[in-house]
Design a protein around this ligand. Structure first.
Ligand SMILES: Cc1cc2nc3c(=O)[nH]c(=O)nc-3n(C[C@H](O)[C@H](O)[C@H](O)COP(=O)(O)O)c2cc1C
Length: 173
């Protein structure tokens, strides 16, 4: 058995929801999503919550990991947010170890591992319709996937790279 920092049970909660804002016509970064990420990252660190957020096809998929009380409180807060609707819990389990160990919120856009997974299953992104096994695959893909807002931040520190829209959106650096 692994070493536990505290006695509180660790849980993983995944849900699907539908965005209420209009998608960005140009297909670029969604400002609303950038704002949600900035809020999430600020709050989650304090509450030792980690996870991943995916936005695609007008839907959100999010996984929250952390101590039970913190995750439940966060999910309640998120459920009442008017930037999405039809918030539907997909799974809720006690876990031994986190798939997303950083206390933050990883972000994955559509053009990644997830696209490959959808192609393999020959389906569009609709998290409400995911089977348990597809949900497990999606989480694995999310854990492996690469967060462009994270690399934008790192690249900005090391090289005179392109001005990062992510960096501006998330107010870092
Ligand atoms: C799809 C979606 C995902 C969100 N994820 C989180 C999250 O992981 N953590 C969080 O604190 N807030 C999250 N929020 C924002 C909350 O609903 C809420 O606006 C925010 O926590 C309020 O933060 P504040 O009290 O610091 O202003 C999310 C909102 C949406 C629409």
């Amino acid at each position: 058995m692994g070493v536990r920092v505290s006695n509180a049970a660790l849980v993983r909660l995944s849900y699907a929801s539908t965005a209420t804002f209009e998608p960005n016509e140009a297909g670029g970064i969604e400002v609303s999503v950038g704002q949600i990420l900035a809020e999430s990252r600020r709050n989650n660190k304090k509450r030792r919550i980690g996870g991943v957020l995916h936005y695609g096809n007008g839907y959100f998929f999010q996984c929250l990991e952390g101590e039970r009380e913190a995750v439940e409180e966060c999910y309640q807060r998120i459920s009442g947010d008017s930037r999405h609707r039809d918030v539907q819990r997909l799974s809720y389990t006690e876990i031994d170890r986190r798939m997303f160990p950083d206390w933050s919120m990883k972000y994955l856009p559509v053009e990644t591992e997830i696209t490959r997974l959808l192609k393999r299953h020959n389906t569009a992104f609709n998290p409400y319709q995911f089977s348990d096994s597809m949900l497990a695959e999606l989480l694995e893909a999310c854990a492996r996937g690469h967060d462009p807002s994270d690399s934008a931040d790192k690249a900005g520190k090391t090289a005179a790279s392109k001005p990062s829209l992510w960096k501006r959106l998330l107010g870092k650096g």
